[in-house]
Design a protein around this ligand. Structure first.
Ligand code: ASP
Length: 311
């Protein structure tokens, strides 16, 4: 039994971009389905899906990442193998094309789990990733439009954000919020893997890490289940949402129920905009989101890929 599910970020997708978001997710599933059908590993399939989604500028990951308060694309990415609990991540990394591939190198070639900031960039260069500017024309225009209204020297404190709600949660490339991507895979050996990658939240402070690079935050995988999350990372990380999903599955809950319970908790604690996907070791899929939309696509067993903009 092999299976795979991907998401393209919870939030609100503008009607003109819905088809493109679903097509992007579907293409990533179709490609990784071939890998899994051909005997490839879950981790390989999850990474390949994330690379394809990072390279698609409609999503907020890799090329097309949203820009931070300083106009840079600082990206977070992580991956985890359920059978070994191997984990790798990068946080606030700049000027690389595929952060998920750098996270893979952190996992495979260092004694560490997470590298951040300039250290992550230097590591990326040392292991062969060239300089690449992931900022698109659309993201730069979006940034310039929003930043034009901010007085020079203004620091983005909570007080500032409360006074200027127009500076939060507005993205231009088809999604009104988000666009983070993630993939969860089950391979023929019964191994699960999860991977998640994002540009984070628009106009975030330089150096901000979301849930995406944290084990149990954006990404988690065990022998029993694996999950990837999207949404306001400041909340997901406080309850270690994907870890909780995997624990609930290990305790006998279905993946769908585990995700529903976890999102319900996030909703009642924080009313936060979040979403999750997951798979259990039998290929059962779980999907949930607290936002109007979350493009996703999946297949399980012999089924052809199915894409949806919302559940
Ligand atoms: N979880 C991501 C973050 O907080 C953003 C998102 O998925 O919308 O960086």
């Amino acid at each position: 039994m092999v299976a795979l599910i991907v998401h393209g970020g919870c939030g609100i997708w503008l009607p003109y971009a819905e088809a493109a978001a679903m097509a992007g997710c579907q293409a990533a599933v179709a490609q990784s389905r071939e890998i899994l059908m051909g005997g490839g590993a879950a981790l390989e399939a999850a990474i390949a899906a994330c690379v394809m989604l990072e390279d698609n500028p409609i999503f907020n990951a890799g090329t097309g990442s949203v820009l931070n308060y300083d106009g840079q694309a600082q990206m977070d990415a992580s991956l985890m193998a359920g059978h070994s609990l191997s984990f790798g991540a990068v946080g606030a990394i700049e000027r690389v094309k595929n952060p998920i591939l750098v996270a893979q190198k952190v996992m495979e070639e260092t004694d560490h789990n997470i590298l951040v900031g300039q250290g992550a960039v230097e590591f990326a260069r040392q292991v062969g990733f060239g300089d690449y500017d992931p900022r698109t024309t659309e993201r730069l225009a979006e940034y310039q439009m929003l930043r034009a209204n901010v007085p020079a020297g203004e620091i983005k404190t909570r007080r500032f954000s409360t006074a200027h709600p127009e500076h939060a949660h507005i993205c231009g490339t088809g999604s009104v919020t988000t666009g983070t991507v993630g993939a969860v895979a089950l391979d023929g050996d019964g191994h699960l893997a999860s991977a998640t990658t994002t540009g984070g939240v628009l106009l975030k402070l330089s150096g901000r890490l979301g849930d995406t690079p944290l084990p149990g935050g954006g990404t988690y995988a065990t022998r029993y289940g694996a999950a990837s999350s999207t949404g306001t990372g400041e909340y997901v990380m406080k309850i270690l949402g994907t870890r909780q999903v995997c624990d609930l599955v290990a305790a006998g809950n279905s993946m769908q129920s585990a995700i529903a319970q976890t999102l319900s908790q996030i909703h009642s604690l924080f009313a936060a905009e979040t979403g999750m996907i997951g798979l259990d070791r039998n290929g059962n899929i779980g999907v949930g989101h607290l936002t109007p939309d979350m493009p996703h696509a999946f297949f399980s067993g012999e089924s052809a890929p199915i894409a949806r903009i919302r559940i």
